[in-house]
Design a protein around this ligand. Structure first.
Ligand code: CUA
Length: 367
């Protein structure tokens, strides 16, 4: 095929720009679970309020600089072979002073606004509810020190009240980021970082790990479940009841727990040969005190399996226990639990046992 003499690049550039703009704008949707442009917490709101003026300032600078560039390109282009070279200018003290001072002033304003936001977001009020958030490869341990509750990957918080994440890492550096609620703060081994935020809107908010921490960094998610204070207190109260040998699932849980038998599942879970209790704890069972993996107390109440790897359904939990390495390659459980280690019957029963440990509260909408 003959090459065109005047390839028409402009349509290609325009099309690409439109596609990029569409993608960027698509990222701004209110209904997206992890966006910074629709804050629902005070910490995220302050960052958004800083981002907006900086965005407009940057856009202004872009338009002025690119406008001058485009203007010069067209105004001073060579129109014909006989056009002489335009005047060559080397140095203009007045303009150079101007274009040094103007950006310096803009940066100064941005710096002042940024320091103000940082100061406001660093305040740690004494009455904030403390929640310990510990990053593990690749899940989140959640402790409520004042309530004596330990859970994983779902973080219940009351609305209208400041909560304080006290963050560390168990192995490497992680970063629990909830784009709609708060900005990023690292969770560092051997060091505690604090992050205080508040939301007034009940909802289930997405969280993710924002610091690269290994193979399954992308599947280290969590949910912040913000509920009215009464609901939060009810959740805490139920969570404080040990599951224990007295536990008996209610008939309402039948659809939730799948075909297995919870009573047999309890025995299978506590059976050493199935390895569950090597790593997992369930409050109320003296045999189940493992600390390597997530505390599974009231697991049936959780939103996801494997820190966001699967939604929490009996079918998915069965799939997970069958072969966790196929769902989330490299996770610690997959080093012990391979297909066949736990029998199919035991898996069905363990699923029923775990899924029937629910908490009777009304959950809010995903936001
Ligand atoms: Cu934990 Cu990335």
């Amino acid at each position: 095929m003959r090459a065109r003499r005047h390839p028409r690049r402009l349509p290609v550039v325009v099309t690409l720009s439109l596609v990029c703009a569409a993608l960027v704008l698509a990222g701004c949707g209110e209904n997206l679970p992890a966006t910074t442009t629709h804050p629902a917490g005070d910490h995220a709101q302050r960052i958004y309020d800083l981002m907006v003026p900086i965005f407009w300032a940057a856009l202004g600078v872009f338009v002025v600089v690119e406008g001058l560039l485009v203007y010069s390109v067209f105004r001073f282009r060579q129109r014909s072979e006989s056009d002489a070279i335009p005047a060559q200018i080397h140095g203009n003290t007045r303009i150079e002073i101007l274009w040094t001072i103007a950006p310096a002033l803009i940066l100064l304003v941005i710096a002042v606004l940024t320091f103000r936001t940082q100061a406001a977001n660093s305040v740690q009020p004494a009455d904030a509810l403390p929640i310990k958030v510990i990053g593990h490869q690749w899940w989140w341990e959640i402790q409520y020190p004042n309530q004596n509750v330990v859970t994983a990957n779902d973080i219940y918080i009351p609305t209208g009240q400041s909560v304080q994440f006290q963050m560390t890492g168990a192995d490497v550096i992680h970063n629990p980021w909830m784009p709609k609620l708060a900005g990023k703060t690292d969770a560092i081994p051997g060091h505690t970082n604090f992050l205080t935020f508040k939301t007034d809107q009940p909802g289930i908010y997405r969280g993710l790990c924002a610091e690269f921490c290994g193979e399954q960094h992308a599947v280290m998610r969590f949910r912040v479940v913000a509920v009215p204070p009464d609901t939060f207190n009810a959740w805490v109260k139920q969570h404080q009841q040990p599951v224990g040998p007295a536990f008996s699932p209610t008939s309402a849980d039948a659809a939730r727990r799948g075909p297995g038998d919870p009573a047999r599942g309890e025995k299978a879970f506590l059976n050493v040969k199935n390895l569950c209790i090597t790593c997992h704890r369930i409050e109320g069972y003296k045999e189940a005190v493992g600390v390597t993996g997530p505390n599974l107390t009231y697991f049936g109440n959780r939103e996801t399996i494997g820190a966001g790897a699967l939604t929490n359904t009996p079918e998915n939990l069965s799939q997970w226990i069958h072969n966790p390495g196929a769902v989330k390659p490299g996770n610690v459980m997959s080093t012990l639990i391979k297909p066949g280690v736990v029998s199919d019957q035991d898996i069905a029963d363990i699923v029923a046992f775990l899924e029937s440990q629910t908490i009777a509260i009304e959950k809010p909408q995903e936001r």
